[in-house]
Design a protein around this ligand. Structure first.
Ligand SMILES: [Zn+2]
Length: 407
């Protein structure tokens, strides 16, 4: 029965693609993979998650084109309310369809985005998505008109190891950038690392940047890209910065969680950003060892640590104002300069400190006494603005650090 249905769907997919009858490989490849790994299907469409970051708990199709998707976290609650989902729909032909997204925990949060190539993303229109409350939990209903092409629906843009690989491949061509790996994740994936410094100078001061401790926090990654690119800019500020400072960039600390489409954790069932100091997880342990090696190196000296994340709004979590750091006063000066560069935008700072929770920002301050911050972007902050903010924050950081006294 199943074989028959698959054959008929494959047949209609080929018919639907008659515009390019000679391009047999590209026509056949996508439908075959979608069918082979379908999580649910009808004779009119198939839904799969067989790509990095693809994730849903279960799905069913009724009446040919009504897709009901259930989304659940990777581990038993309590878990942070970051209900990630990403799936691909392969229609057999142009058709109208309805999708529902229901959640076992916390309810709907991320506005659905659509892509045909997994690279260029568009927000679904207000009119296409209805968010409603069902038994105390938010769910979403989506109405779509498919033109027959397969498409992805995802909680956020899909930014996965291949995305970082491509990005780093571009950056590593710069004479002041060198690419390596921090080490391997629990599942053996490379954790990429980029070091930025003028190779002809003797840097003593090190900046450490980290991203993607939390897999769904893509807007933080979208700010980190322009931030890091700005450090490699061909201008006087960036050149002077690279001559004096070394920046160590770990843009994706949790590749396992990213690839698996986790809400929060790596594969150890633990929030990595509650593991600093304990270092029970291989990913955080690698960071701890790397930073310890910077401090142990007489030629280097940790100066500033910044951790990129996403939450409901744009906010910079800093250390409490009564905390003295070395260098002193950096954070206030950095954020003032950052604010001055984005005059029509309000930089929101929330100072705080809690010892013993395993949060990177607090643990690194405790251990090394340097200024630290968590740079959070809102889930749905306008993507052009995210770019502007990443660039402005990087320029402000470089200028402020260059104005600090060198020992
Ligand atoms: Zn986070």
């Amino acid at each position: 029965m199943r074989t028959l249905f698959l054959a008929s769907l494959a047949g209609s997919l080929l018919l639907a693609s008659c515009a390019t009858p000679h391009d047999a490989t590209s026509v056949a490849s996508l439908p075959a993979s979608a069918l082979k790994s379908a999580r649910c299907a009808s004779n009119l469409l198939a839904v799969d998650t067989d790509f990095p970051a693809g994730a849903l708990a279960s799905c069913t199709v009724s009446d040919g084109t009504n897709i009901a998707i259930t989304i659940a976290p990777e581990d038993e609650p309590p878990i942070n309310p970051s209900p990630w989902y990403a799936f691909r729909v392969t229609p057999a032909a142009p058709t109208e369809m309805k999708l529902s997204l229901s959640y076992t925990e916390h309810g709907h949060r991320y506005w659905p985005k659509i892509s045909y190539d997994g690279v260029t993303w568009t927000y679904l229109d207000q009119g296409q998505v209805k968010v409603s409350e069902l038994a105390g939990s938010k769910m979403a209903r989506i109405a779509l008109e498919s033109d027959g092409r397969p498409f992805f629906i995802s909680a956020q843009e899909i930014v996965v190891p291949a995305t970082y690989d491509k990005w780093l491949g571009k950056l590593e061509r710069h004479a002041d950038a060198s690419r390596s790996v921090l080490g391997q994740s629990a599942e053996g994936r490379d954790i990429p690392l980029l070091t930025i410094a003028d190779p002809f100078s003797q840097q003593r001061e090190s900046i450490v940047l980290v991203g993607r401790q939390h897999p769904p926090e893509v807007s933080g990654a979208l700010a980190m890209f322009p931030f890091v690119e700005e450090l490699l800019a061909d201008n006087d500020l960036a050149r002077r910065f690279r001559a004096r400072f070394q920046t160590v960039v770990v843009p994706m600390l949790n590749p396992d969680g990213v690839v698996r489409g986790h809400w929060r954790h790596a594969t150890g069932g633990v929030d990595l950003n509650r593991d600093w100091g304990k270092f029970c997880q291989p990913e955080t342990r690698l960071m701890g060892d790397m930073i310890a090696a910077i401090e142990a190196d007489p030629a280097r000296n940790l100066t500033f640590f910044l951790d990129f994340h996403s939450t409901q709004k744009d906010v910079v979590y800093t250390l409490s104002k009564d905390i003295e750091t070395d260098p002193p006063g950096f954070t206030d000066a950095w954020l003032a300069d950052y604010q001055a560069r984005v005059p029509n935008y309000e930089v929101v700072e929330e100072p705080g400190y809690s010892a013993g929770r395993g949060v990177s920002k607090n643990w690194i301050y405790d251990e090394y006494g340097v200024p630290t911050a968590t740079f959070e972007l809102g889930d749905e902050t306008d993507r052009e603005l995210v770019k502007t903010l990443g660039t402005a924050a990087a320029r402000a950081m470089m200028k402020t650090l260059l104005e600090t006294e060198s020992e």
